[in-house]
Ligand binder design. Structure first.
Ligand SMILES: NC(=O)c1ccc[n+]([C@@H]2O[C@H](COP(=O)([O-])OP(=O)(O)OC[C@H]3O[C@@H](n4cnc5c(N)ncnc54)[C@H](OP(=O)(O)O)[C@@H]3O)[C@@H](O)[C@H]2O)c1
Length: 255
């Protein structure tokens, strides 16, 4: 478990071990909004010699206010996309080695959202650090659009390279989590209006677990899922040119 708050992570580890005493769980510190922290985490992971079969890029924020990270990048973009982008790139060799040595399929899963449909219409570089045009729903949407484009571009590159690793993205459903903390309008909508369709945390984790573990999705790559089924993302999310542009832009910001 890669977490920014290790105290919280250790509590989760304890609860997992209570239910499954022989589970092997490591808790390591990772702040996805800091490229320095991502590099530090990846270096520690690589030097641990641990294999890596499945990488779930799940962390996310939804902030009502415009905020910049320590390295001066807008908080949604850096936490929800860029941190995962760099992490995935830095762990890819470990995944390839694991897949080759164990003769297993590696899987990369980006947790996106139906919210990707509500996003700015211009290019990524136009918006990410532009405070004057900031809108929290659109900023979140742009980062969730990036999750899908990232998985799709990764899927194409891995296919071209001929490695046994898939990359997919998903909408987990509307879930009763801490995502909406600090966002009073969303909290009200979720608590009252959406209370009949909202998922609990285990229901909300099911599509992620399906993509991570189910034999039915063997070799399926570059797809978007919802309710453990193939789903159609927006046309922008399927735009190959936009995916390439995002890839180059993200490389520029992380190199
Ligand atoms: N809830 C929904 O209805 C919904 C709908 C569609 C998509 N999603 C997506 O589902 C994913 C999980 O969100 P959630 O609903 O479970 O929200 P959540 O309860 O707020 O969980 C988000 C997790 O991300 C972690 N996180 C935030 N910033 C981080 C950082 N800088 N570095 C490392 N970890 C960080 C949080 O850590 P802390 O515990 O330390 O805060 C928390 O564990 C997100 O990608 C979200 O966009 C959620």
């Amino acid at each position: 478990m890669a977490v920014r708050n290790t105290e919280k992570g250790l509590k989760v580890k304890e609860s997992i071990l209570k239910e499954t005493p022989d589970a092997k769980v490591d808790v390591m510190e990772l702040d996805l909004s800091s490229m320095a922290s991502v590099r530090d985490f990846a270096a520690k992971y690589r030097s641990s010699g641990l294999p890596l079969n499945i990488l779930i890029n799940n962390a996310g924020v939804l902030s009502p206010h415009f905020k910049l990270s320590k390295e001066n990048i807008e908080l949604h973009f850096v936490t929800n996309h860029l941190g995962h982008f760099l992490l995935t790139n830095l762990l890819l060799e470990t995944m390839k080695t694991t897949s080759y040595e164990q003769n297993t399929e590696g899987r990369i899963i980006n947790v996106s959202s139906e919210g990707h449909r509500l996003s700015y219409s211009g290019t990524f570089s136009d918006y990410i650090n532009n405070e004057s045009s900031y809108n929290s729903v659109y900023a979140y949407g742009l980062s969730k659009l990036a999750n899908i484009l990232h998985a799709n571009q990764l899927a194409r590159l891995l296919k071209e390279e001929g490695v046994n690793i898939t990359a997919n993205s998903l909408h987990p459903g509307f879930i009763d989590t801490e995502l909406f903390r600090g966002h009073s309008i969303f909290s009200v909508i979720c608590n009252r209006i959406l209370s009949y369709v909202i998922k609990d945390v285990s229901q909300g984790a099911s599509t992620t677990c399906y993509l991570a573990l189910h034999p039915k999705v063997k070799a399926v790559t570059g797809e978007f899922f919802s309710n453990s089924n193939l789903a159609q993302p927006s046309s922008r999310a399927k735009d190959e040119e936009l995916a390439k542009e995002l890839w180059e832009f993200s490389l520029g910001l992380t190199s």
